[in-house]
Structures are given as C-alpha cells and as structure tokens.
Design a protein around this ligand. Structure first.
Ligand code: ACM
Length: 539
C-alpha cells in the first residue's frame, strides 16, 4: 500500500524505495537517554493516532527498532546544523540521527508526515505504516516562526498549545507571542495587580472594520490573561518540542492598556483599554518609573521563557505626546537630542541594556531603527523588504516578516465573499514565490522569516485557522527548503495531500477553491471591507 510521499516542507534530499514499513513490527523506540523525552512524545503520538504502543528503551537495544541517535559534535542552538537530521526507513527499521536534539525533533515532525494523514487524529484511525525512504535534511534559515496576537482577541491557552503543535509539524522553530497592546495586557505580573484587574479586558469591541465608523461597538466585555502557571505550561510544552517562544511586551507605544491601569506612567490624559483598532498616541513618559515598570514586565517574561530572545515591540510610536511633554523635552535637552525620535531610541537603549544584563537578546520592530538602536538588537522587519536592506546596512541581523508576504491577516483572494480582513492581498501563490534572501542580501544577516497572525479581525481560533492555513504551511517551506529544491518541487503540487493532514487535525483551513459557505463574510459584521491601503515606503 505504498503511498505518494508528499511532505511540507520539502526535505532537501529525499530518495524513496519501493515498499512500506509497518511500525507495529518493531520492538521498541531505542534512544540515547538525553532523547528519552522526545522518544516518549513520539511514542505517545503514535499511540494516539494509530493505537501502536512502542516502549522506549536504551541505545544498546538491538533488533528491529525505531532508533533515535545523537551523532557528531553538537552544534550551537539556533543554527541550521542544530536542526539537521537524517531519517532512514528500511525494511529493518527506522534510524533518525542528528547532532542536536532539535534535529531529532524536526525529524520526528517529518516521520509524522510520512504516516497516513489519519494518524494525526487524537484517537486511533490509521495503520502505523510509513514508506521506505532516505532523507537528509537541514533548514535553509535559522529562524522560522509564527506570531500569535493574543491581545486584539484573546486566544485561549489550549489554542496556543495547538498552534505550537502545528508549528512543530511544519518544522517551524519559533512561536512569537504578542502579549501586550492597546486593546489588552495578557500576562500576569504579580507585582502589578492592576494589569490583571484593569488592563486584561475591555468593555466593548469595535464591530466590523475600525474604519467603518458607522458600524458601532459590541458592548460585550472581552479579555483574558495568562497566569504565571499558564505561561510556565506554554514554555515547557514548547521546550519539549524544541520550539523557541519569543515573548513580546510592546513598549513604549501601543500602551493604552498599561496606561488604563497605571495612568501615572503616561504622557497624556487617562483613557480606557482601547475598544477599537489602529495606532493611538498614548505612550510611556520617559521617566525612571516607566523604565521600572518595563523592567518588571520584561523580567516576568524573561524568567518564564528561558530562550535567548525578548521582543520589545517598538512599532508605530507616535511622537505627538512627547513633542508636548515637558518631561520628554527635559530628557532631550539633558541628552542633547535634536529629534524627538531620540526619545524612542532612549527607551530602546535602556530596554537593551536591562535585557542584556539579564542574559537576553533584544528583537524589536523595524521602527527601532528610527533614531538608532544598539547593533546587537535584531530588527524584526514588517513594513516591506526595503527595511531588510536598511536594517542590514545599519549593522543589524533581521527577521523578515514583510507585510506583502507574511501578514496573514491580509485577504486571501479577491473573492468578495472572503471574510473581513485588515486590507491587502496575500495569496498562497504569492507566499510560494517569496525568496526572503534575494541576491545582494548577506544571508548571514537574515536570521529567518516569520508570519504574523494579527487578530483585530480574527476573533476566534477558527478565524485564525482559516487565515493561517495553508499560507503558514507554504511559508514553512519558504523558510526551510533551498530555492533550487523548491523550484524543482512546487509546493502547490503537495498542498492537496497536506490539506488532508490539516483536516485530520481539525483545522478549519481555507480550501484552494475559496471559503466554504460557513467561512464566508456574509452580509453582516464579518463582511469584506474594502479600502485602499497605501503600502509602506522605505525611508
Ligand atoms: C506592525 O504590524 N505594526 C508590527
């Protein structure tokens, strides 16, 4: 019952032989002790989807086994070598070998895709059979991520865990959590109880598009907050899968929720947590108290998420309040700043110093370039690809999420029945054609790529799923697979098989033919809203 081998991302090297291996004929999963957590995870997943129960044994176990093996010198974390693996399925068993446990984790994701799609279900629904194959694989880029916006609409913890699993299955290695914004604050900081009491919810929410003023507001409270144990659970769930969580605490702008709770930290009038979407002028005042607040918040996430990066946000910071603030003016005089944008640079530098002292590396949106950022800060490019060049020229490494390719809150097609989105048009074909490291760009400076699931117009997990899939699947291949391999194996040819996997996992993906009837915008509050979005110019 040889099946077509159809994997996303496409491995760099793959050769298939005739025939299958029935994993139920194996005796055990034989693994180095360090790999036992991954071995048990694999054993549990095989059990769930196929009913097979393979025990985990030591590396000395011989005979017919599914072997997980570490070999060679260990590469550093977050290198492509750390995620490289070899996967050999023969009539005698399976050998999955890598130099780093992260590579074993990626190989497990590939092995799961070699099983029938129904093996991805939560209860036994398929035979544990995989085709005979030899795979040698390593990602093109070091950082392949997805951002979840749990602010504009709260995404519950079980959905965050599901998205970590889906990232894993696509061999992504980063899940970026956008935890704070004008519309809410989504993680507990025990020393700042008003974040939970006030900043974690809003009294009403804009109906339809923020620009559709006539549509009014829905007066139902909306909110949610992750407790410290919730964050710990998310951290350890991701760690088990060798997925890096990058927590984002977005300051000094996008600060309406913080300032609703602690107005004394602001530079303007008191306002509630924002019920609508857009860019607001409320910013932190550049004071020692505001820096102390930021430090408490960054410490809270840095302690729970042990990965090397903390995202400081820094996008869309209007200068208006600082222009009329005596505190900001005094800072500018003291520091000899000529341009008010120096106030943002002052925050960026202070955040970098404090996070560096905690052993962390800072990443921030491309606006941190305005007014200057310390060279070791990673620039997260969002406006367009011109900012990739600008950031590299300024000496930074970048993560590329240019809106035209990586914003999956954009419309999926021109179909008038597409549900409400912010603007734009990012089709599957457009994502499939993306080369994030075109000639002329130093590949060493591009850490990788990431897609963004902003949730202003994605109110529920099902809306997130529709906009994420299959665009996220295609982006995963853009980040993983070398250009020549992609060109020889167009991802569109494998999508249909991949959608069977998404279906088995219960993902409400967008079909290639357009939205299902229940996925359409209809004629009410989810109807498509057309306006002309001016693409960002590079400065
Ligand atoms: C962003 O989309 N403002 C980062």
């Amino acid at each position: 019952m040889q099946r077509r081998i159809s994997l996303i991302p496409q491995p760099q090297q793959l050769s298939a032989a005739a025939g299958d291996l029935d994993l139920s004929t194996l005796d055990a999963i034989a693994a180095d002790p360090e790999l036992h957590p991954l071995a048990w995870l694999l054993s549990d997943l095989l059990n769930r989807g196929t009913g097979l129960r393979l025990a985990v044994a030591g590396p000395e176990t011989g005979g017919r086994v599914l072997r997980l093996r570490l070999e060679g010198d260990r590469p550093e974390d977050l290198t492509t070598a750390a995620e490289a693996y070899r996967l050999d399925v023969t009539a005698d068993g399976v050998v999955l070998a890598a130099a780093h446990p992260a590579g074993i984790s990626r190989g497990i994701a590939t092995l799961r895709q070699l099983l029938p799609a129904d093996a991805l279900r939560e209860a036994p629904a398929a035979d544990p059979v995989v085709p005979l194959v030899a795979i040698a694989d390593e990602p093109r880029l070091r950082w392949r991520g997805v951002m979840l916006d749990v602010v504009r609409h709260f995404q519950p913890k079980d959905f965050v865990l599901k998205m970590i699993d889906r990232a894993w299955l696509h061999r992504l290695n980063v899940v970026h959590l956008h935890l704070t914004d004008d519309q809410g604050w989504r993680f507990e900081v025990p020393s700042r109880p008003k974040l939970a009491e006030i900043a974690s919810w809003r009294a009403e929410t804009k109906i339809g598009h923020a620009r559709d003023e006539a549509a009014g507001y829905e007066p139902t409270p909306h909110g949610g907050i992750f407790s410290v144990p919730d964050l710990r659970e998310i951290a350890s769930y991701a760690r088990e899968r060798h997925i890096l969580i990058v927590p984002e605490v977005n300051l000094p702008g996008h600060a309406r929720a913080v300032l609703a709770a602690y107005p004394e930290l602001g530079a303007g009038q008191d306002k509630p947590v924002s019920p609508t979407f857009g860019v607001f002028e409320e910013v932190l005042e550049p004071t020692p108290e505001a820096l102390d607040f930021a430090l408490e918040a960054y410490t809270a996430v840095a302690e729970v998420f042990e990965g090397p990066f903390v995202h400081i946000g820094g996008d869309e910071v209007p200068m208006t309040q600082w222009e009329s603030s005596p505190v900001a003016r005094e800072l500018m005089e003291r520091e000899g700043m000529e341009d008010v944008r120096g106030v943002q640079a002052w925050f960026t530098k202070a955040f970098c110093e404090r996070l560096t002292a905690m052993g962390k590396r800072v990443i921030g949106w491309d606006e941190i370039l305005d007014g200057g950022a310390p060279a070791e800060a990673v620039v997260h490019v969002w406006r367009n690809e011109a900012y990739v060049k600008k950031a590299i020229a300024a000496g930074h490494q970048v993560v590329a999420s240019p809106e035209p390719y990586a914003y999956y809150d954009h419309y999926e097609s021109d179909d008038p029945q597409e549900p409400l989105r912010i603007h734009g048009l990012t089709t599957v074909d457009k994502v499939a054609g993306w080369d994030p490291v075109p000639p002329g760009i130093d590949p060493d400076k591009v850490l990788g790529i990431q897609c963004q699931l902003w949730s202003e117009y994605l109110p529920t997990p099902r809306d997130v799923e529709y906009s994420a899939f299959p665009r996220l699947s295609v982006m995963a291949e853009v980040g993983w697979t070398n250009l020549d391999v992609r060109e020889a194996n167009p991802v569109q040819d494998r999508l249909e098989d991949h959608l069977e996997r998404l279906h088995a996992m219960g993902v409400d993906y967008r079909p290639p033919t357009g939205p299902e009837r229940w996925q359409r915008g209809g004629s009410g509050r989810r109807t498509r809203f057309n306006w002309t979005f001016q693409e960002h110019e590079a400065e």
